[in-house]
Design a protein around this ligand. Structure first.
Ligand code: GCB
Length: 611
């Protein structure tokens, strides 16, 4: 679970049942730095609620039968008029990929189940090269077939995965068929219960990437923890010649260093920087350097920013200087269409809205957003809290559920570990304190630290209320770097009139980050500020919140809930909600609500304070 599985390369013999699965190497880091073919565009699709294209009438999977065939992935056409075939991709409607299906066909708005999608493409595979079929994300479970043969399956809706397809590509026309299933299950990550739309399908780019047979699989080139004078990281080569010299150059910063990878293909990187040679990345100056990593057999370019992030007591330091995180939470959803963000334009719109509010920081809730989004944050100078969908009450006791969560976290870190914008890895949201959960979350914290020492570890914790006193009492707080929590004073607890009675006592010597507060307001609904759902209510709640929160010693940032209204099946009120969560500071038509301007004024003031 949570991990790409692959069927052994087809050798002319039928795949035996059940297929033997082998572990794949980690997904390629810096996929956009590779020679690649984008397989995006219009894909033909077949909606298959009974999974007739996957199971036979005895409910046995076709792809595990003796012949391995019989499913829709055969892409069969009748040989002549005597033959019946009950499906056809030819002539079926198409979906724009990347793109969820819910927003592209009104009948699929609420659909949860299987859809088959087919794309055809031309390839000219070269000898001595490796080929990878790479998916930015498919929600939730994907089975992938190339030219009628299964290449593997994957679970997890927001992280990339790949299958090596060297030797399986045809010279000329190729067909890739994906079975995507967005059914929710208790034992998945996320679990059954969330507060967002369960958009299904191939929601991010699909690529065919080419690498040399010995290639740079992964690397980290970042400043060492708390040390602005040294680059620290590693390079990982994969392939027969994996032990070789690798040179890292950053021409603009005068950096050039050669390391030698060992028998395991790995080399540690530690490069001292000359004094005053580097412009450090920050929201005010999001400087990116071209970094080249070159081995004899492979070469990659990246655009990398260099900055440090650390805590000192309750202080939060970016490049050694106190910073206040002027943030906002957001979903990977375009409210205007609505559906998952479809590309750079959608992403730029969302991040620009955050900037219009004078934000220097976003919480990309509640799951990994796309790689392009993180790159845009790098470029636009926006700090990022990145999260995995360990949300609410998942199955804490089951080892396979932990393995899935841990894999999603690993895939997120593997993808984004060179992005300067990402300063915090969040291991979950509002998970309920309890023995099995504490063990589970504690292990996730250890895992993420073992993957990346340079960033902070956070989680959106819950608070305890004893009368009017609000505290954080969670053993997980000891394992993370921040006192970070959600609180809903004035909305779920109490109301605007009475919320000022609350006081926060946060007894951790860590920076305090409010990961959520908020109130619903229907855009354009105006009333007095005691009236729920009005813009005035939301606006006053924000003003009250600022007073309550400014009284917390150690307050170093916040990401109110949420930038824009977003769709949620949990929100059925016919007039106020209509299946939208209305806590946005921007409405579903793109109109800024009153509280947007209040938030901006508060951030303008914080910016002055932390100049
Ligand atoms: C929360 C959740 C968020 C919800 C929000 C709400 O605490 O973290 O996902 O959407 O509250 O609006 O209730």
């Amino acid at each position: 679970p949570g991990q790409a599985m692959v069927v052994p390369a087809a050798d002319g013999h039928p795949v035996s049942a059940p297929a033997v699965m082998a572990k794949q190497p980690p997904t390629l880091h810096n996929i956009y730095g590779r020679t690649r073919l984008l397989l995006d565009g219009r894909w033909n699709y077949i909606v298959d609620p009974y999974e007739a294209g996957y199971y036979n009438y005895r409910h046995q999977p076709f792809d595990q039968s003796a012949t391995g065939s019989g499913g829709f992935y055969d892409d069969r056409k009748p040989k002549d008029k005597t033959e019946s075939v009950e499906y056809s991709f030819d002539g079926s409607p198409t979906l724009a990929i990347p793109g969820d299906w819910n927003s592209q066909n009104a009948k699929l708005e609420n659909y949860e189940g299987t859809v088959w999608m087919r794309q055809q493409f031309k390839a000219a595979p070269k000898d001595g090269k490796l080929y990878f079929l790479y998916f930015g994300a498919v929600n939730y479970e994907a089975h992938v077939y190339l030219n009628g043969k299964k290449v593997g399956s994957h679970k997890g809706g927001f992280t990339p995965f790949q299958f090596e397809v060297t030797g399986r590509l045809l010279n000329g026309q190729n067909t890739v068929i994906v079975k995507a299933d967005n059914s929710r299950h208790q034992d998945d990550i996320p679990t059954l219960n969330t507060d967002w739309w369960n958009y299904g399908g191939i929601t991010r780019n699909v690529l065919l990437a080419e690498t040399p047979d010995t290639y740079i699989a992964d690397y980290q080139i970042q400043l060492a923890k708390g040390d602005m004078g040294r680059i620290e990281g590693y390079v990982q080569m994969t392939g027969a010649q994996r032990s070789q010299d690798v040179t890292i150059t950053i021409p603009e910063a005068g950096v050039k260093a050669t390391v030698h990878t060992g028998a395991d293909g790995r080399a540690v990187v530690s490069i001292p920087l000359a004094k005053n040679k580097m412009r450090y990345w920050s929201p005010e100056d999001p400087k990116l350097y071209t970094v080249t990593i070159a081995a004899a057999t492979d070469k990659l370019n990246d655009r990398i920013g260099f900055r440090t992030i650390e805590t000192r007591g309750q202080d939060l330091l970016l490049n050694g200087k106190s910073v206040f995180l002027r943030g906002i939470s957001l979903h990977d959803e375009n409210p205007l269409i609505p559906g998952r963000l479809r590309g750079e334009g959608d992403m730029r719109m969302m991040l620009q809205w955050a900037k219009d509010m004078n934000c220097n920081y976003v919480r990309l809730a509640h799951y990994p957003h796309s790689e392009e989004m993180i790159k845009l944050a790098d470029e636009m100078g926006i700090l990022v809290w990145a999260e995995v969908p360990v949300y609410w009450t998942i199955s804490w006791e089951k080892p396979e559920v932990y393995a899935n969560a841990s894999q999603q976290l690993t895939d997120l870190v593997t993808r984004d570990r060179n992005r300067a914008s990402v300063i915090i890895w969040s291991i979950g949201n509002e998970t309920p304190v309890g023995e099995a959960r504490n063990v589970f979350m504690g292990k996730l914290a250890d895992t993420v630290r073992s993957l990346d020492r340079t960033r902070l570890v956070g989680a959106a914790l819950e608070v305890h209320r004893k009368g009017d006193e609000v505290t954080v009492e969670d053993p997980l707080a000891d394992k993370i770097d921040l006192a970070s929590f959600n609180e809903y004073a004035g909305w779920y607890w109490s109301n605007n009139k009475e919320m000022m009675k609350f006081s926060f006592k946060v007894n951790y010597n860590k920076p305090v980050i409010i990961t959520e507060f908020g109130a619903d307001a229907l855009g354009g609904l105006h009333a007095d500020d005691d009236t729920r759902w009005s813009e005035e209510y939301q606006d006053l709640l924000y003003k009250n919140q600022f007073k309550l929160l400014d009284a917390i010693p150690g307050l170093r940032g916040m990401t109110p809930w949420v930038l824009t209204d977003f769709r949620s099946p949990r929100r059925p009120h016919p007039y106020y909600q209509d299946f939208w969560n209305r806590k946005g500071l921007i409405s579903e038509t793109g109109k800024k609500k009153l509280a947007f301007y209040t938030m901006k004024a508060y951030y303008d003031q914080k910016q002055q304070q932390y100049k």
